[in-house]
Write a protein of this length. Structure first.
Length: 185
């Protein structure tokens, strides 16, 4: 069954101001701010500077409604794919993981006090995405960054934002009450 992915407009005032992409890879999408909400998802779906997918639309609105003046959307792997299960471990995809990690490190260093929310959902055994998640997990541990989730799934993975109500996300972003314990690799 193919999942339908909708693209839509951003909410007023939530439009991104920066994007870094190359071909079929998006490293980050963000709205500049001094105190942004940083979110790390699994991989980009369709969002770009002009149009949002459901995940980025929700993240951007939650950031603004929770008192942040910007937001940064990063991912454990930068490949655009509406079907994460189709992402294969090609040589280029492995190379892009390392490049992506540098962009994540750059944003974490640029905003050392910004909260980091992990929101990559369940992986379902996709090797290249699991490799990226482990690399990001290790980077976050190495940098000593405390991480949060909007909500935890029953298996303690961070819930994916597109499946959560705004109320839960806003409460978590405002109160930072759902700490995510980084895993050992």
């Amino acid at each position: 069954m193919k999942r339908e992915v909708r693209i839509m407009n951003y909410f007023p005032g939530c439009d991104p101001t920066e994007i870094r992409m190359s071909g079929n890879y998006r490293y980050y999408l963000s709205k500049k701010g001094e105190r942004p909400l940083i979110v790390i998802g699994m991989n980009p779906s369709l969002a770009n500077r002009k149009r949002a997918d459901l995940t980025v639309r929700k993240i951007s609105k939650v950031a603004m409604l929770s008192g942040f003046d910007g937001w940064v959307m990063l991912n454990v792997h930068p490949i655009y794919s509406t079907n994460p299960k189709a992402v294969k471990p090609t040589v280029n995809n492995k190379k892009q993981l390392r490049k992506n990690l540098n962009f994540i490190r750059e944003h974490l260093n640029k905003f050392p006090d910004a909260p980091v929310f992990v929101a990559w959902g369940k992986n379902d055994g996709v090797y290249i995405l699991d490799t990226g998640r482990k690399m990001v997990n290790d980077l976050l541990k190495e940098m000593g960054r405390e991480c949060y989730a909007f909500k935890l799934n029953k298996d303690n993975t961070p819930a994916h934002p597109s499946r959560l109500p705004y109320k839960i996300m806003i409460d978590a972003a405002t109160n930072m009450n759902c700490i995510y314990k980084l895993q050992g690799s």
